[in-house]
Design a protein around this ligand. Structure first.
Ligand code: FE
Ligand code: FE
Ligand code: ZN
Length: 304
């Protein structure tokens, strides 16, 4: 199974991300090239990139199983402030170039939020923007993430994702990133995942799925909230997420956890630790572990 998680980019850039992934027992991972909420970016270090490629080779991670996530302040849907829209376009262009410098083949993008305009205008703005962003000789594919439908988010149903995909000229450079928490919050019942995949195949095509975010959800089906929960501790539950991970049809698709960090004690909100090595292990063991939080706290409380 191609299973990994979100990792940081702060030490040794993409080389450090790969090292983190390996310590979690991951054979896939996702990173932001800087803070997700801003667009300040450090220059890429070619030494790290070179070492990264040999590192993933020796650790059996394939380059196609590594994805970048565009910062979520990029908003291609809203053109009310033209300079902001143009900035988003320019930034995404640069981010794609940075991916290509690292050899990264996929970048996940939130389609955008149609604030103060209709959804259909928003979708058209996204299409126009993507057609300005994408270069003919581009090698990095853009994966539109399915959204929870919070506020005016575009892309919270398959129809909207389809409209965007149909409007983009360079179709081979487009794909989709499913997010289980978002789909559930958007109202898609994943209890019958095969039925969902059939629907997706009819509307869009299974071969366009380039990545899947595996998250439990804190909220009820259709809540439009977007609050991720640890695997098995939310409203989706372990079995559904397990079955998605082991789905034959998505065997070749990298699965990425974006679940919340765990606090060692309830008082200290700053001391939070990544749950990933434990969740990856649990999914691979195929049995829900109700004491997962205890194991995580035990493990990290022993760290200096
Ligand atoms: Fe996302
Ligand atoms: Fe996600
Ligand atoms: Zn989310």
């Amino acid at each position: 199974m191609i299973l990994g998680c979100h990792v940081s980019f702060s030490n040794e850039q993409v080389l450090g991300s790969a090292k983190d992934a390996v310590t979690y027992g991951a054979n896939a991972f996702m990173f932001y090239t800087g803070a997700p909420q801003n667009t300040l970016r450090k220059e890429l270090n070619p030494e790290y990139i070179k070492e990264f490629h040999s590192y993933i080779k020796t650790h059996g991670i394939e380059i196609e199983h590594i994805v970048c996530h565009a910062p979520y302040i990029i908003n291609l849907a809203n053109k009310n402030d033209l300079s902001k829209w143009q900035f988003s376009i320019q930034f995404l262009k640069n981010e794609i170039l940075r991916c290509e410098m690292m050899g990264i083949t996929k970048i996940v993008l939130h389609p955008g939020s149609a604030v103060g305009i209709s959804k259909s205008e928003g979708l058209q703005n996204i299409i126009d923007a993507l057609n300005l962003v994408i270069r003919e000789d581009q090698t990095c594919q853009i994966l539109l993430e399915t959204m929870a439908g919070k506020g005016n988010e575009c892309g919270s149903n398959l129809e909207e994702i389809k409209i965007i995909l149909e409007g983009v000229h360079e179709k081979k450079l487009m794909g989709v990133c499913l997010d289980t928490c978002h789909l559930h919050d958007a109202g898609y019942d994943l209890a019958d995942f095969d039925a969902f995949l059939d629907l997706f195949d009819q509307e869009i095509g299974l071969d366009l799925i380039g990545c899947i975010h595996i998250n439990d959800s804190k909220n009820e089906l259709g809540a439009h909230k977007d609050r991720h929960e640890n695997i098995g501790f939310g409203k989706l539950g372990f079995q559904i997420l397990h079955d998605i991970c082991y789905s034959e049809k998505l065997k070749k698709v990298p699965k990425i956890l974006e679940t919340p960090f765990i606090g060692v004690d309830a008082e200290d909100k700053k001391r939070v630790y990544p749950p990933y090595r434990f969740e990856i292990q649990m999914i691979r063991n195929q049995i829900f572990d109700p004491s997962l939080y205890d194991h995580i706290r035990d493990y990290f409380s022993k760290e200096p």
